[in-house]
Design a protein around this ligand. Structure first.
Ligand code: NAD
Ligand code: MG
Length: 386
């Protein structure tokens, strides 16, 4: 049996992971579950999967959960430190890293340092401190397996090939919910509209990232660290149907790609049983029915966030962590504080412009960049929201 911990078990990736566990109950035992504040959903999961440890990052929610789960024999921790403690202390072979945002950095790094294999969905920590995470993983000889569909596709397209033969990685992007919108219309787009993704059902933050194309900016940086490929060799292609999940071109101009219907259970299960595949009883890809696949170049005028990702990666050091933090603040403000969709790239741009990058030689350096970028971005939001 493989013992697993899920960081972010109540979210979209977390729920899809537990769906895989349900399909293969003899293969996986759940050792730990963590979430942010959803005590009701986590309680349901605790009663069903009976992990040894669980945590909620919101202390008051953790207290509530602890009272309601008394007598179940589950150790329930609270706060960000409690979440990291579950990642560190639980006995697990595999940690599914599926918290959203920078909040996943400390627990994911704790899991790496305690020698556990990582199935990585939570891309923001890789953006903030990719080199640090890979160095720590390499030192301990543990693998960070991609869950993000594009990176899983690249990973699968690399099997059986030599890394030095890779010419380019081509990450596909759906274009998101607003790809057809003319620039003038983007100014007035509502959060409700921006949350309607044509192909994927995901958490709110990544859905807005998909609408701005920042998700692809984050994924270019994620790919740089997962596959150790410089940014000049990572390209982005808009592919509206989300059938080709990404491609790798080799020196002889042969191109390998991974295809499938958009369903995160495929890449999640690949990471969970790597290198073997799970027989998932899901609908098969029917290309004749789909008929045609379409491709476009990214539009940097309407969607400037992708370029910000390349720029942050090129500058390096603390700049990607700064960009990521500003994006988290801006997306949250778009969803909850009434700033406009088109303010998101402006806030990120201004936060990056104000930042003097330094090297990331420690976790603390990444966290400090994250903290100060949040302060700067919040002040920009405050000025706009007035
Ligand atoms: P989600 O919002 O549905 O779930 C996030 C999870 O993290 C929840 O369990 C939530 O309780 C927990 N959480 C939130 N804030 C927290 C905090 N401060 N401390 C601890 N836990 C916290 O998000 P999602 O769509 O499942 O995405 C999770 C990650 O996976 C993101 O980084 C996203 O970019 C990445 N990802 C998601 C998908 C997808 O299909 N949903 C695909 C590729 C990559
Ligand atoms: Mg993706």
């Amino acid at each position: 049996m493989k013992s697993i911990v899920i960081l972010g078990s109540t979210g979209s990736i977390g729920s899809n992971t537990l769906d895989i566990v349900d399909r293969f109950p003899e293969e996986f035992a759940v050792a730990g579950l963590t979430a942010g504040s959803n005590d009701e959903k986590l309680e349901e999961q605790i009663r069903k999967y009976r992990p040894r440890m669980a945590a909620l990052s919101t202390p008051a929610a953790a207290d509530k959960l602890r009272r309601r789960c008394a007598g179940l024999g589950v150790e329930i921790l609270g706060g960000q430190e409690g979440v990291a403690e579950v990642a560190r202390a639980s006995k697990a072979d595999l940690v599914i890293s599926a918290i959203v945002g920078a909040a996943g950095l400390v627990p994911t790094l704790a899991a790496i340092k305690s020698g556990k294999t990582i199935a990585l969905a939570n891309k923001e920590p890789m953006v903030m401190a990719g080199k640090l995470m890979q160095d720590e993983a390499r030192q301990r000889g543990i693998a960070i397996l991609p869950v993000d569909s594009e990176h899983s596709a690249v990973f699968q397209s690399l099997v059986g090939h030599r890394r030095q033969d890779v010419k380019r990685i081509i990450l596909t992007a759906s274009g998101g919910p607003l790809w057809e919108f003319p620039a003038a219309q983007l100014r007035d787009v509502t959060p409700e509209r921006a949350l309607q993704h044509p192909n994927w059902k995901m958490g709110a933050k990544i859905t807005i990232d998909s609408a701005t194309l920042m998700n692809k900016g984050l994924e270019v940086i994620e790919a740089r660290w997962l596959f150790d490929v410089p940014e000049q060799r990572i390209e982005v292609l808009i592919h509206r149907e989300s059938i080709i999940h990404s491609l790798v071109e080799y020196d002889d101009r042969s191109v390998m790609a991974q295809l499938g219907l958009p369903d995160m259970r495929t890449p999640i299960s690949y990471a969970m049983r790597y290198p073997e595949r799970m027989p998932l009883n899901l609908p098969s890809l029917d290309l004749a029915e789909i008929g045609r696949l379409t491709f476009f170049k990214p539009d940097h005028d309407r969607f400037p966030c992708l370029k910000l990702g390349y720029e942050a990666l090129g500058i390096g050091g603390t700049m990607p962590a700064t960009m990521n933090a500003a994006n988290e603040i801006a997306v949250d403000a778009f969803l909850h504080q009434g700033i406009r969709f088109v303010d998101i790239p402006d806030i990120i741009r201004s936060t990056m412009d104000a930042h003097r990058p330094v090297e990331i030689d420690s976790l603390e350096a990444a966290l400090e960049a994250d903290r100060s970028a949040r302060v700067k971005a919040e002040s920009l939001v405050h000025a706009l929201a007035r």
